[in-house]
Each structure stands twice: as structure tokens, then as C-alpha cells.
Design a protein around this ligand. Sequence first.
Ligand SMILES: [Zn+2]
Ligand SMILES: [Zn+2]
Length: 177
Amino acid sequence: MIINLLPVGKISSELIEEIANFIQERIPVDVKIKDKLILGVKMDETRGQYNAIHILKILLNFFEPDKLLGVCDVDIFVPGMNFVFGVVNGIGGEVGIVSITRLRQEFYGLPEDLEIFKSRVRKEVLHELGHLIGLSHCPDPSCVMHFSNSLMDTDYKKDELCDICNEKMKQILKYLY
Ligand SMILES: [Zn+2]
Ligand SMILES: [Zn+2]
């Protein structure tokens, strides 16, 4: 399986490369970094956010992905939720998007902390990729596949799959791809 990593809009190429290396440490797949995509999606003016479903539709139309994960630095939502850190078009789906905007301490008026920020990015990316590969949410709060309702949940989890999820992932990769 190839995981295509797509910088959407303004994202540092250094961060994208760090993410790509991290994915390869955690999942036995090839990661390809795609050329940056500038999205023609309009901001929802009343919310000051972008609709993640519209972004996913564009990603689906633009690419014939094995698996495609976009990383953006704008605030995103799905209808019915105030915001999302990331979303995929389904468990075992083709495309996903992660927003790094709410992963920075500065977003909450706190001093910048690059280590915390990068650790959150790693967890959110691995979480959404886990979904794309076919993993559902995990009841273990320290597992990266545990659902994050808030950053407290995200900060509590490790940037890795628990043994059970890791075994599931290996089985899926072995038999489905
Ligand atoms: Zn999830
Ligand atoms: Zn787990």
C-alpha cells in the first residue's frame, strides 16, 4: 500500500517530511509526498472555518489514491460539530484530512510549544491513517486510535497503536492490500 501525503495550502515542507518519516516508522507502508495543492474551497463566512466534507470531495475527485491524507493549516468542521482535528471518508476509505490549526498551544492563547505541537500532529495523522487502513476507535485511552474529544485526550494518548490495534493493522495490511 502507498500512502500519499498531500500538503494542502500553506504547510511547511519540513513538517510534511517529518510526518512522512514518522508514518514509515509506525506503519509498514511507502509514503509519497505529493505536490502542494491549493484548494478552491470557500470559507464558511459565518463560522470562519472550512467544511472538511467539501475538502474530502475535492481530494476524491482530484486523485485516484491508494490512500490520500491531506494536511492543512485552516480550521475545519463537519456539519453537526464545532470543529474536527481530522476526518476521513470512512473506515477503510480513500481520503482524509488533518488540520494542524487547533494543535498549536498559541491557538488557545498559550505560549508556543513545538514539542507538544509536533507530538499532537503525529497522533492526529496516525489516528486518521489508522481509520483509512480500516481501524475503528479503540477503548484504550492510551492508544492512538482512541477517540479524542479534546486535546486533553490527544495529549494523554501515545503516538502509537496499542498491541491489539497494531495486530489488527498488520492483518489488514497482509490480507487486504
Ligand atoms: Zn477517529
Ligand atoms: Zn488500540
